[in-house]
Design a binder for this molecule. Structure first.
Ligand SMILES: *[C@@H]1O[C@H](CO)[C@@H](O)[C@H](O)[C@H]1NC(C)=O
Ligand SMILES: *[C@@H]1O[C@H](CO)[C@@H](O)[C@H](O)[C@H]1NC(C)=O
Ligand SMILES: *[C@@H]1O[C@H](CO)[C@@H](O)[C@H](O)[C@H]1NC(C)=O
Ligand SMILES: *[C@@H]1O[C@H](CO)[C@@H](O)[C@H](O)[C@H]1NC(C)=O
Length: 806
């Protein structure tokens, strides 16, 4: 069986050399050198006291795992179905990388550089990690989340195509291909340096490398994978290889690989003749190529004239095979997977039958593929704190299989983004979604909390500003996993639910624990109200103190944060979560009366109106001033900074800001179809200067005093005007719902649905055609894509909007 080829891991927790750890051991270093008897006795007594304290100390809930069973085992065991996803392109943080879903195992990846003036290219044109601005575009054009993917990367004057494919589950083999061709532009290079590397994340492995006439052969072995063999070579054995060289390193930290390789590459004279004439190429110093069994990295260079094509063939040597996935066999497999993909894509989203053009199909497939192809596998420890501990401490080492918001800018897991991602991914493959959700729920601590941003491992850590690393266990984030689960369950066949019954039960129990954490720690001042934590009530630097926890970062809330405020969006999320848990429980035959009751109370439209309806729209309630501004203020001699001035006394009142928050009872479908407030929202949605635009709904209304306002001197508007696709998706989905159920606003809803859907799709498509990217947000005035790109996280929900799959 396939499972047996994976060796069990031992000694999981390797610890780490962190600053947090060293503070604890500092005492030991101060010990005097000569120990006499009395000191020894004293030490023994102190040690005993310390031990007793450790043993009797209240267990720390913050960094202890929930006692509930894990949804999926953490690593390397599991069903054959899960093992079929062992290998994949699970390294979204690099342009092309492959790894198994095993913690601290092996990684593979591509680096490249055109053959030009080497001084110049090393600094500017060396490629490895996914970046926002060095390529013209890069996207998976086809990716099924498991068996294969094809990616196109447009660099300066040349185009790369990378592909990846696996044969069958039992073999655990895979192959990859890299094709490069020049576009014929003036800047096009004639040749390319292609580096393929193998990195081992721990040092208990063995590698042996040898040259082939047209490439390299590497034998390797690790405790988890057993023996394997990899070839890196040109597809066509007759191609003239301009240069081949390799380099190995020992104990090289893999997150520093780019710098390591750049440091080893030197310009050398090129003496080869034809087909490309160049005085110089970039290569490893021949003296430093020695590989030993304890090398933890091997980097292989092939310098080739364009067009170039190389292949990588990885074979699991623990199993006999009859066919090798290379040459024409690989091409055939890719084209057969491609045609399966195209067929399934039409089955799922029906874009062709809805009359979309071929160009729209390219847009939709690439958007979808970049989300599912961006799924990564991460391993490491979060750093967390709470009001109960003095200093930040480490969470347990954990693995996360998750999609990412942006391969270039946010290549890691984000809790509230993930619920949106899985709305789309589950339409394609419920099994992948369930496993992703399971991994997230596995990260729950003994209090029922899940960290918001997952910065696991050094590679992830390098991309995150220091102030965002520590996750606070007193803070929440919208529980969007319920969105995904609810959508999955409504689409699952009874037989499928039966297949997953035991997993869904584990999911259910973890979800209730998560829910209870929200329902007890995030409550508001009045019964049935809720409040986001984490707002700063003492700052005078922010125009309106941020509410990062809500997901809508700088969306304006009460100007003077207090414990007396309560937030309408969180109340709606809780109503939604209560309802989802009720549905899930009913499906699994578990008694959920308690959740049903809470769902009914939180969905009571009269009560909701009493708490949050201003007369014009829904809003938060809190201590709020209607007139505040930022003003240049002398804060020290010769230092002028912007500080907030409050021009009207704050009062307890509704927070009258026009924007997304007004819509939550509608977009999470808490309002009855016959609700007059729903009618009011519909009839005002297109009012002048409110939030309607030809590109989608804008986050803050155009006539609102916060529209496009900076929050501090340097903090540009984020959720204060731009169009965001996740909220537009929720609005479109709710309009579809209210257009389908009986009620007085059915027709109006249908009309708004058609217009909003068309606006969002048209604009995103136009921007994609123009720029090659899907964007984090779209300008409310011009529709222009802006901020992070590619952002194929929740912006990829446009595929569901096109396919009308809600
Ligand atoms: C393996 O790595 C550990 C920790 O980095 C180090 O202490 C040890 O010496 C290494 N072993 C070998 C054989 O390189
Ligand atoms: C999904 O998982 C179930 C349960 O493990 C399995 O029976 C089913 O074949 C899988 N479906 C797909 C499409 O992989
Ligand atoms: C609130 O803001 C003030 C001033 O900007 C800052 O000194 C303080 O540390 C902040 N408090 C918290 C809890 O972040
Ligand atoms: C949620 O909290 C409220 C207030 O404490 C409580 O009345 C209700 O029963 C809780 N709901 C659930 C499902 O636990």
């Amino acid at each position: 069986m396939a499972a047996e080829t994976l060796r069990k891991r031992s000694g999981k927790d390797k610890g780490s050399s962190s600053t947090f750890k060293t503070t604890k051991t500092k005492k030991e270093k101060d010990k005097p050198g000569g120990i006499n008897k009395w000191v020894a006795v004293l030490c023994a007594v102190l040690l005993t006291i310390a031990l007793v304290r450790v043993l009797y100390i209240k267990p720390n809930n913050l960094t202890s795992q929930s006692y509930l069973p894990l949804v999926y085992p953490e690593c390397c065991t599991g069903s054959e179905e899960q093992l079929s996803r062992l290998w994949g392109t699970y390294r979204p943080q690099v342009y092309f990388g492959i790894r198994p879903r095993i913690p601290e195992s092996v990684i593979f990846g591509l680096m490249w550089m055109p053959v030009h003036n080497p001084e110049y290219v090393l600094n500017h044109d060396f490629r490895h990690t996914s970046e926002q601005s060095d390529l013209k575009s890069f996207t998976w054009t086809h990716h099924d989340g498991n068996r294969f993917g094809v990616q196109v990367l447009q660099d300066k004057g040349y185009i790369l195509e990378t592909s990846f494919a696996k044969t069958n589950v039992m073999l655990q083999d895979w192959s990859a291909r890299v094709k490069v061709r020049a576009t014929g532009a003036a800047e096009s290079p004639q040749a390319i340096h292609l580096y393929w590397y193998l990195g081992i994340e721990h040092n208990q492995s063995k590698v042996r490398i040898s040259r082939l006439p047209n490439g390299f052969s590497v034998y390797g072995e690790t405790s988890e994978l057993g023996k394997f063999h990899m070839r890196y070579k040109t597809v066509n054995a007759d191609v003239k290889v301009m240069h081949n060289a390799y380099n190995c390193g020992e104990n090289i930290p893999l997150h520093l690989l780019t710098d390591y390789v750049k440091g080893k590459l030197k310009p050398i004279p090129y003496t080869g003749r034809g087909p490309v004439v160049t005085p110089i190429i970039v290569a490893f110093d021949p003296a430093s190529t020695a590989c030993s069994e304890s090398s933890n990295i091997v980097i292989m260079q092939l310098t080739l004239p364009l067009p170039a094509e190389v292949e990588i063939v990885y074979e699991n040597l623990n199993i006999e095979r009859t066919v090798t996935l290379e040459g024409a066999h690989f091409d055939d497999l890719i084209s057969s997977y491609m045609s399966d993909f195209n067929k399934k894509f039409e089955e799922k989203f029906q874009l062709k039958s809805k009359g979309y053009t071929d160009d729209h199909l390219v847009f939709a497939k690439s958007t979808f593929s970049n989300l599912i192809g961006g799924i990564g596998y991460f391993y490491g420890r979060s750093i967390v704190k709470s009001s109960e501990v003095e200093k930040p401490i480490y969470y347990w080492p954990a693995a996360l299989y998750s999609a990412v918001p942006s391969r270039s800018f946010f290549p890691r897991g984000f809790l509230w983004d993930e619920g949106f991602h899985q709305l789309l991914i589950s339409k394609w493959d419920n099994n992948i979604s369930l496993e992703v959700i399971g991994h997230w729920l596995n990260l729950m601590n003994a209090d029922g909390w899940i960290p918001r941003e997952q910065i696991l491992g050094n590679e992830a850590l390098m991309k995150v500003p220091k102030e965002f690393v520590v996750q606070n266990a007193d803070y929440a984030n919208p529980p969007t996993m319920f969105l995904a689960l609810e959508s999955m369950l409504t689409s699952m066949q009874p037989s499928e639910i039966l297949d997953h019954h035991s997993t869904l039960k584990k999911v259910f129990h973890r979800l209730t624990m998560w829910y209870n954490w929200y329902n007890t720690t995030q409550v508001g001042p009045l019964p049935t109200t809720y409040r986001w934590r984490g707002r700063n009530g003492t700052t005078d630097r922010e125009l309106n103190p941020k509410t990062l926890t809500s997901g809508l970062d700088d969306y304006p809330r009460a100007t003077h944060p207090t414990d007396e405020e309560y937030h309408v969006d969180l109340r709606c999320w809780m109503a939604f979560a209560s309802r989802s848990l009720t549905n899930l429980g009913d499906l699994l035959g578990i008694n959920v009366d308690k959740y049903r009751e809470t769902a009914e109370i939180l969905s009571d439209n009269d009560l909701l109106k009493k708490l949050h309806w201003t007369g014009d729209y829904f809003a938060d309630y809190g201590l709020h001033s209607e007139v505040v501004g930022l003003k240049n203020t002398r804060v020290a001699q010769n230092v002028v900074e912007k500080r907030r001035v409050v021009r009207k006394l704050p009062q307890p009142q509704f927070v009258k800001v026009q924007g997304y928050i007004n819509l939550f009872p509608f977009i999470l479908m808490i309002l009855e179809p016959s609700s007059p407030e729903l009618g009011h929202i519909f009839s005002t949605l297109k009012s002048d200067n409110y939030i309607w635009s030809p590109y989608g709904l804008c986050s803050v209304g155009r006539s609102d005093s916060y529209y496009l306002k900076y929050n501090t001197q340097h903090d540009a508007p984020y959720w204060r005007g731009p169009v965001w696709i996740n909220i537009n998706f929720l609005a479109i989905r709710a309009l579809d719902h209210y257009a389908k159920v009986e009620g007085p606003y059915k027709d109006l809803s249908a009309q708004l649905y058609t217009e909003l859907r068309r606006n969002v799709v048209q604009n995103m498509y136009k921007e994609f055609t123009k720029t090659g990217f899907i964007w984090e947000q779209y300008n409310c005035k011009t529709g222009k894509g802006q901020s992070v790109h590619p952002f194929t996280g929740w912006s990829s929900l446009v595929v569901l909007i096109m396919g009308e799959q809600y």
